[in-house]
Design a protein around this ligand. Structure first.
Ligand SMILES: *Cc1c(COP(=O)(O)O)cnc(C)c1O
Length: 463
């Protein structure tokens, strides 16, 4: 019925490609954090991603109390207390793990404010090893911290009430010699205001030598958001720069596109600046580009039909309906659509603004088009779920049934198929709320076109 339902299958680490992190004696390495009423123990798992090692902290250890075992079970679950627990695990536990493993990191990158407590723990570690006061330690380690902010709205920052922080971090702050108020001050707009909550983005900003947004426009928006921390500074001088997000091209190009670009520009084409491939790209003929597009479109249609068939079978659709999915869509007409999170600011329902007009566009007598759409809403985002329902209901209209497909269970594997075969990728965010966005980049490498708001990365790349 178009209702999104969630399930949370348990990820047994024993079934995942991860290994326990062990100490010199071969014992499972554990780091400890003081929690109210006892200790929290964390074990770590190592995943290898190419040449990169990824360490995952896990509180699901029988030594912990049952509620504490669930701290690392679910992202964005629970209330503010669970959230603070998770951020203590990530920031403080994360830095402790690196220390325990003897990993000496010069640069600590805080990807979003969630990990901001790493700034404090890093300074604490420096304070103990160098026998310096905490203030000196913060100043000395700050240059090695980099903070990337991701949200264009201040409400997107995590905040914790002084009472909650006090329960978890008052002793810790005393050990640092700054007391709870000294700790909270680092995350307050006005350090002297004892009513203010701890703002994790402010803490990350104060504790980092470099701060960046994720697109040029978002860098400017972030200067505005962080301006209160720099009273009387001109907005343009608030120290936030930007690094526009990118995607890993070899992961998102189709085999067909890879062959075409290899033919034109060689295997090493993504390794240097654009200068090396600019001229070679111009040698790609219109015919070969068209050929590439046709093959990719064909593959997408096969994929969509098969996947929709499975989706209908799961939903106990009639045999006849399942069979019909094999004839849906037409490889001779333009396929438009998108796959992304369904959330209000992205306005995934903007195309439904005038449903009758959309039907006329889809069924144009000479230039019909078809739509393939996929997406998921946050489990607690009822507004986002309603947007999915709206598309589902529209797709049942008799006049568009062969023209509109909504695919469920959106994930990276589905995204990969859609960005490879889509002719036109539609993006309708409310400017400037799309801090960067990246899905349209994945379409480009496959020769597809973007139709988008001049927001996020597109404001820089639309030419
Ligand atoms: C690329 C990608 C995104 C980002 O999509 P936007 O349209 O930029 O929001 C989100 N989810 C998945 C699975 C992706 O592959």
């Amino acid at each position: 019925h178009g209702d999104q339902t969630e399930s949370y299958p348990y990820n047994d680490p024993g079934q995942l490609p991860v290994m326990p992190v062990r100490d010199q004696n071969g014992e499972w390495l554990r780091v400890m954090i003081d929690f109210p009423g006892g200790s929290l123990w964390l074990r770590a798992w190592e995943a290898r991603v190419g040449r990169v090692k990824l360490y995952l902290l896990d509180s699901n250890d029988p030594i912990n109390s049952p509620p504490d075992r669930g701290i690392t079970s679910e992202l964005y679950g629970g209330g503010p207390e669970m959230r603070l627990q998770q951020e203590i695990v990530l920031g403080i536990g994360g830095w402790r793990l690196l220390d325990a493993m003897g990993i000496k990191s010069d640069v600590c990158h805080l990807n979003e404010g969630h990990a901001a407590l790493a700034v404090i723990e890093r300074a604490r570690s420096f304070m103990l090893s160098e026998r310096q006061p905490f203030k000196v330690a913060v100043a000395a380690t700050r240059a090695g911290n980099v903070f990337t902010t991701h949200t264009p709205v201040e409400a997107g920052f995590d905040r914790f009430s002084p009472e909650l922080v006090s329960r978890y971090l008052a002793n810790y702050a005393d050990q640092l010699g700054i007391g709870l108020d000294g700790l909270l001050a680092l995350g307050r707009q006005d350090p002297a205001n004892s009513q203010e909550p701890l703002n994790m983005a402010f803490l990350a900003m104060r504790g980092s030598g470099v701060v960046n947004g994720v697109s040029r426009l978002h860098g400017e928006v972030s200067q505005h958001i962080f301006q209160p921390l720099f009273p009387r500074w001109p907005q343009g001088e608030v120290p936030v720069t930007h690094i526009t997000n990118g995607v890993h091209m070899p992961s998102w190009d189709s085999a067909t596109a890879d062959a075409a670009w290899t033919n034109a520009c060689g295997k090493e084409r993504w390794l240097n600046t654009m200068d090396a491939i600019k001229d070679n790209l111009k040698n790609v003929t219109d015919e070969s580009l068209w050929q590439l597009r046709m093959e990719e479109a064909e593959q997408l249609i096969h994929y969509v039909r098969a996947r929709l068939g499975r989706q209908l079978a799961r939903a106990s659709a009639s045999v006849q309906l399942i069979k019909q999915s094999n004839q849906l869509l037409d490889s001779d007409i333009l396929t438009m659509g998108f796959a992304r999170r369904f959330t209000e600011y992205k306005r995934p329902n903007l195309l439904l603004h005038d449903p009758d007009r959309l039907s006329r566009i889809l069924n144009h007598p000479e230039r019909p088009v078809q739509l393939v759409i996929a997406g998921k809403a946050h489990p607690r985002d009822e507004e986002g779920k309603a947007l999915i329902r709206a598309w589902w209901e529209y797709s049942l209209r008799p006049d568009v049934q062969n023209r509109v497909i909504f695919l469920s269970d959106y994930d990276m594997a589905l995204a990969e198929q859609l960005v490879q075969g889509m002719g036109l990728w539609i993006n309708t965010p409310r400017r400037p709320w799309e801090a960067c966005g990246t899905s349209g980049m994945k379409v480009l490498v496959n020769g597809g076109l973007n139709l988008s708001e001049r927001d996020g990365w597109w404001a820089e790349a639309y030419r």
